[in-house]
Design a protein around this ligand. Structure first.
Ligand code: PEP
Length: 251
C-alpha cells in the first residue's frame, strides 16, 4: 500500500510569523500520520520556525528548491545540508516555475537529485508539460524524457524513496485542473516507465503525485484514482480551512 502524501507548495507567500502560525493552527487537526502523510513547502527563511512549530505532529517540512552544490562560494544559494539540519525532510526539485522562470535544466535537476540523496533529503521531482506536448498523441513522451534524464544514474536502491510529481503546466496556477482521467493517465504512464527502467516491484512502491489546481472540491475524485498517490497543491493550500479540508479528504 502506498501512503497518500498531501503537499502544500506555498511558493513566495507567507512571512516567518504567518508560516509558523499556520502550522500551529493545523498541527492538532492533521490526519493520522500512519494513514496520510502531510507536508508543507514554505519559503526557505521560514522552514526552521515551521519545523519548531510542527513539533511531534508528523508534519513534513519541505524546501521548494536548493543548490546542487554541497557548499562553497555560491552567494545567495541554499545548501541541502543546511536544510536538513533545519528540520527539512524533503526538497522539491524542478518545479515548473523553476524551469520556466529560472531556466532550470534537466541536468541541473539531476545534479540536485544526487545532492539530495547524498544529504538525506527526499527529492520530490516535479515535471513540466505543455498542453501542446500532451495533445501530440495522448502520450506523455515529453515528461518521460525529462524524467529519464533527471533519473539518469539513480540506482535501484535510491529510487525507492524518491517521489515524482506529474504537473501539467496547463493546469498549474490557473484554476483549471487536468480532467481526472488525464491526470491518472499521466501518473500511470510514469509508473510504467519506472517499471521499465527499474522493476515492477519498485514501480508498485514509488509514490507519484498529481499537481495542478487541486482544491477541496476536487481532491476526493483525484485521490480515488489508483495511480495518483498524492497531490501537490499551490493556491488552495494557503488557507487553513481549505488545507485542513484537503488533508482530511478521507473523512
Ligand atoms: C503548484 O504550484 O505546484 C501547483 C500545483 O499550483 P496550483 O495548485 O495553484 O495549480
Amino acid at each position: 500500500m502506498r501512503k497518500p502524501f498531501i503537499v502544500a507548495n506555498w511558493k513566495m507567500h507567507k512571512t516567518v510569523q504567518e508560516s509558523a502560525d499556520f502550522v500551529k493552527a493545523i498541527k492538532d487537526h492533521l490526519p493520522d500520520p500512519e494513514k496520510v502523510e502531510v507536508g508543507i513547502a514554505g519559503q526557505a527563511f521560514a522552514l526552521y520556525s515551521m519545523h519548531e512549530a510542527a513539533a511531534k505532529s508528523g508534519l513534513r517540512i519541505i524546501a521548494q528548491n536548493a543548490a546542487p552544490q554541497l557548499s562553497g562560494p555560491f552567494t545567495g544559494e541554499i545548501s541541502m545540508r543546511g536544510l536538513s539540519q533545519a528540520g527539512v525532510s524533503h526538497v522539491m526539485l524542478g518545479h515548473i516555475e523553476r524551469r520556466r522562470l529560472f531556466n532550470e535544466t534537466n541536468e541541473a535537476v539531476h545534479q540536485k537529485v544526487e545532492t539530495a540523496i547524498m544529504t538525506g533529503l527526499t527529492p520530490i521531482i516535479c515535471t513540466d508539460e505543455t498542453m501542446v506536448q500532451r495533445e501530440m498523441n495522448g502520450e506523455i513522451h515529453y515528461v518521460l524524457k525529462q524524467l529519464q534524464s533527471v533519473l539518469h544514474g539513480v540506482s535501484l536502491d535510491q529510487i525507492r524513496d524518491i517521489i515524482i510529481s506529474y504537473e501539467p503546466s496547463w493546469a498549474v496556477g490557473v484554476g483549471q485542473r487536468a480532467n481526472t482521467a488525464l491526470a491518472e493517465e499521466g501518473c500511470r504512464q510514469i509508473r510504467r516507465m519506472i517499471a521499465d527502467i527499474y522493476t515492477y516491484e519498485i514501480a508498485d512502491k514509488i509514490r507519484i503525485l498529481y499537481g495542478g489546481s487541486v482544491n477541496p472540491k476536487n481532491i476526493q475524485e483525484i485521490m480515488a484514482k489508483p495511480d495518483i498517490d498524492g497531490v501537490l497543491i499551490g493556491r488552495a493550500s494557503l488557507d487553513v480551512d481549505n488545507f485542513l479540508a484537503m488533508v482530511n479528504y478521507q473523512q
